[in-house]
Design a protein around this ligand. Sequence first.
Ligand SMILES: [Mg+2]
Length: 222
Amino acid sequence: MASGPLFVFDLDNTLYPPHVHLWKVVDTRIERYVQERLDVDPLTAGRVRKDFLREYGTTLQGLMHHHGVSPDEYLEFVHDVPISEIVPPRPELSGMLSSLPGRSVVFTNGSESYARRVLSALGVSDLMDGIYGIEFMEYVAKPSPYPYGKLLRANGVNAEDSLFCEDLRENLFPARELGMFTVWVGGGEEGFPAHAVIEDVCDLPRILPRFLDNGNGIAWKD
Ligand SMILES: [Mg+2]
């Protein structure tokens, strides 16, 4: 295949580092949405969210199941944050993405329009070949295995020819089980579920030979 391997990137706390705090701002909006929608105090809202996250993977899924919340309304509310004021451009990320020998896509539990705005603030919009958000996932979020398979099928690529960068350990498991090369950004130990650990996504080229020389991505090699 001429299209090369597929590089899959989570968005929040992966394409920008955690000290940028955007995710924290979104998280506060989610908390506020739950409080207002269910008319509960912060403590109860926190407990409800914890239960939803455990049972469904996202707060949104729980709200849809138990409270008939419209995903569009929810996503618009929680992503209504001044992204360009919070997220600075990352020229080093542009440089890294430009150097990759394959296609790059974003795979996020956030909405597609939110991802688009974050990529634009980072200055890397033109370097992404696709954005796969929560709408593409049909609201069945990571770490449910469903969207991972759907993502690979949509890109016509084998799991073995794809690499996945993500900051949340639990989101690496389905990728690893499918056969993707897993990179834990800002993570702890290599082994399982992470083939490799890097401090920042911009360090990806350092571990790339382990993916490319290991028979992974072999389908694109001549
Ligand atoms: Mg993340």
